[in-house]
Design a protein around this ligand. Structure first.
Ligand code: GLA
Length: 411
């Protein structure tokens, strides 16, 4: 259940219907309006919020995301056999693009289509031949908000193409195809967290992912007394602008100087001991990653034990580390975390931090459910007063990973 919170009074109890079905109904209608017939397939993929474990995935470390019940849904049907393309219509952008199926697609304009081109190309490379398709895409994952709207688009496309071809991909392989799309077509050298969370999300809780082994364990988190409040600064970030790639290079450099294959094999003590050999910025990056791995494992254990105060303390510490050592926060993110901290435990806040790649996007705040309305209201008011900007908040419980929705059940 996802509830948009424009004010405390807008907070409402759970909708009985899965959010992906609501989104699927819209996708079905948009498809019918656009293409004049009913879709044969509806593929849904969720966004994600990361509770803790940031910028650790591409260092072979640990992450603790949960899939959120906000989705990209693609409605599709076979197109004329001789057209040789997927025609994809984005409702959000009111724009269409044709993607050739002869393997000749290259990254290009419009940029949003690169995620689709990349997934089509990944299927082609694996010898999975695609028939021509018409497709309509709708999304209620905020675009560019750090909640993996692009991974959700890739994963929804992959789920659609599985259905169309009859192929069944191993979930990790499917996530890798989507990551490859991001690397080769969108130009973002991301880790596997977002795609894996969108593929393997689980309603029962958060996913503790060991990014070296690509192993996934569900950490139960379905406590009705604690809510995950997601606040969008509405300041967009662009991971492709080079800062993300620079961080990745700095981490590789730190590992090289420490003589380990990745920062997963280093500890904060090793970073401290090697003080003299590091450029100060590289040392700070390594300090963040090595300490964040420890925090993530500790947070997973506390979450499992329902020790939410401890989880919250680790989230604050993660934010501080991302702000000061990894330097990927922003004034707006810091403001939301500061306000959450000022509200504090007495006001129902357990912890808060930026979530996702950074440079804007969203914060994730752990809140006692009985206080979620007043916390959201205070965050909204103070954010506007201190930054002059408007944030958008919603709560989300853990959601299941990507799936098909039967078009006949969403009338
Ligand atoms: C982005 C990337 C992920 C991960 C996070 C930071 O979301 O896509 O792979 O690196 O940033 O934790």
């Amino acid at each position: 259940m996802t509830t948009v919170l424009s004010s405390a009074s807008a907070w409402a109890p759970a909708r009985p219907e899965p959010a992906s079905s609501a989104a699927a109904r819209i996708a079905r209608r948009v498809f019918a309006e656009r293409f004049g017939c009913a879709p044969r397939w509806l593929a849904a993929a969720p966004g994600r919020v990361n509770l803790i474990g940031e910028h650790t995935d591409y260092n072979g470390g640990y992450v603790l995301p949960l899939a959120i019940d906000r989705h990209v849904v693609i409605a599709a049907a076979p197109a004329a056999a001789d057209s040789g393309r997927v025609r994809a219509y984005s409702a959000a952008l009111n724009a269409s693009v044709d993607i050739r199926l002869d393997g000749s697609e290259m990254p290009g304009e419009p940029a949003w289509a690169n995620y689709l081109r990349g997934v089509v190309s990944g299927f082609g490379e694996r010898g999975l031949l695609l028939p021509p398709l018409d497709a309509a895409i709708i999304s209620d994952v905020p675009l560019g908000g750090g909640l993996s709207s692009s991974a959700a688009l890739e994963v929804a496309m992959a789920t659609l193409l599985e259905a169309v071809t009859g192929a069944v991909l191993e979930p990790r392989e499917k996530a890798r195809i989507c990551r490859q799309a991001e690397h080769q077509f969108a130009g973002v050298p991301c880790g596997l967290m977002d795609q894996l969370a969108s593929v393997m999300g689980d309603e029962a809780g958060a996913l503790l992912i060991d990014c070296r082994l690509e192993s996934v364990r569900v950490v139960p988190f379905a406590d009705p007394d604690v809510s995950v409040l997601i606040c969008n600064t509405n300041v967009k970030h662009a991971l492709a602008d080079g800062a993300y790639a620079r961080r990745r290079t700095e981490c590789a450099e730190a590992a090289r100087q420490l003589g380990v294959s990745s920062l997963r094999d280093a500890t904060p003590a090793m970073v401290e001991a090697a003080r003299g050999i590091f450029d100060p910025a590289v040392r700070r990056r390594a300090r963040h990653v090595t300490s964040e791995n420890l925090r993530t494992l500790a947070a997973a254990a506390h979450l499992e034990a329902r020790e939410f105060v401890e989880v919250g303390a680790l989230m604050y510490e993660s934010h501080r580390s991302l702000r000061d050592d990894f330097e990927v926060s922003s004034a707006e993110l810091d403001t939301l975390v500061d306000v959450a901290r000022e509200i504090g435990g007495e006001g129902g806040v357990l912890g808060a931090r930026m979530t996702g790649g950074g440079f804007g996007g969203c914060t994730v705040t752990l809140v006692r459910t009985e206080h979620v309305g007043s916390v959201a209201e205070t965050l909204s008011r103070e954010y506007r007063r201190r930054t002059g900007q408007t944030e958008t908040s919603f709560i989300s419980r853990p959601a299941r990973g990507t799936h098909l929705v039967d078009p006949l059940t969403v009338i």
